[in-house]
Design a protein around this ligand. Structure first.
Ligand code: IPE
Ligand code: IPE
Ligand code: MG
Length: 242
């Protein structure tokens, strides 16, 4: 079975999971963190090299202040509690998203997670935090334009790699598979550039109910897909050249 090298997950449905149980949304987010812990272990067990998780979008600031503060608090707790364990398991942590405008305490934690685990190679965990594709692309364009304005870059030489290398995901392979839980069928500003040729799997379950078995099922769906990247399928190409 062909295993995707990079799986990206839109961890959605915490609020509805909680509502269905008559619990506050925070309980859903806490259960969501548990699901994330399990999923990181599953990803390693399933032979995945890169796992990207959408933890907080640039649009999530529009939620009530109390929920935003709960989500930021949970990220801090996750990093404080789990960093040592992730490091022991050989996980390298990288964070994508806008960072300049985050509070210093969060920035320091994110930097610590990245620098502590920089030498690890077992699994790459990419946390998309304060992330939005459009914001990422705007920041990349600004960087490229600045280089051109400074005379370091000829606009004519701007190529695919120039853009890819100016994104937060520079050096990270494109996701092969994007999974979204909660039944919503949209990308919500996640990896719009990078997912150009990703396979998409939408699952009806809420994120806290995501399990190793559902993860394995999604990988089976991925394995059954035929990726063509705009070209011809291998079998078709062989028979037409015969
Ligand atoms: C995903 O769950 C977590 C974040 C977006 C941070 P939601 O909070 O979006 O849960 P629903 O979609 O309202 O159920
Ligand atoms: C996407 O979920 C963001 C994360 C999972 C972090 P949302 O719940 O914010 O997306 P919409 O609002 O349903 O599109
Ligand atoms: Mg949601």
């Amino acid at each position: 079975m062909s295993t995707p090298a990079h799986v990206a997950i839109i961890m959605d449905g915490n609020g509805r999971w909680a509502k269905a149980r008559g619990l506050p949304r925070l309980a859903g987010h806490k259960a969501g963190v548990e699901a994330l812990r399990r999923t990181v272990r599953s990803a390693s067990d399933l032979g995945i090299r890169w796992l990207t998780v959408y933890a907080f979008s640039s649009e999530n600031w529009s939620r009530p202040a109390s929920e935003v503060s709960d989500l930021l608090g949970l990220l801090k707790i996750f990093i404080r509690r789990d960093l040592a364990e992730l490091h022991r398991s050989g996980v390298r942590v990288r964070v994508i998203g806008e960072r300049e405008n985050l509070k210093p305490d969060i920035r320091v934690l994110l930097e610590e997670a990245e620098s502590l685990t920089i030498g690890n190679t077992a699994l790459n965990l990419v946390i998309a935090f304060n992330y939005g594709s459009r914001d990422e692309i705007v920041r990349a364009v600004r960087r490229i334009a600045q280089q051109a304005a400074d005379g370091q870059l000829d606009p004519e030489s701007i190529a695919l790699d120039t853009v890819t290398g100016a994104l937060d995901t520079a050096g990270i392979p494109d996701p092969d598979l994007v999974i979204r839980t909660s039944g919503e069928v949209r990308l919500s500003n996640f990896l719009l550039w990078q997912a150009a040729y990703s396979e998409l799997v939408f699952l009806p379950c809420f994120w806290p109910d995501f399990t190793h078995e559902l993860f394995a099922d999604a990988l089976r769906q991925f394995a059954s897909r035929e990726r063509r990247f705009g070209g011809l399928a291998e079998i078709g190409a062989l028979s037409s050249s015969a």
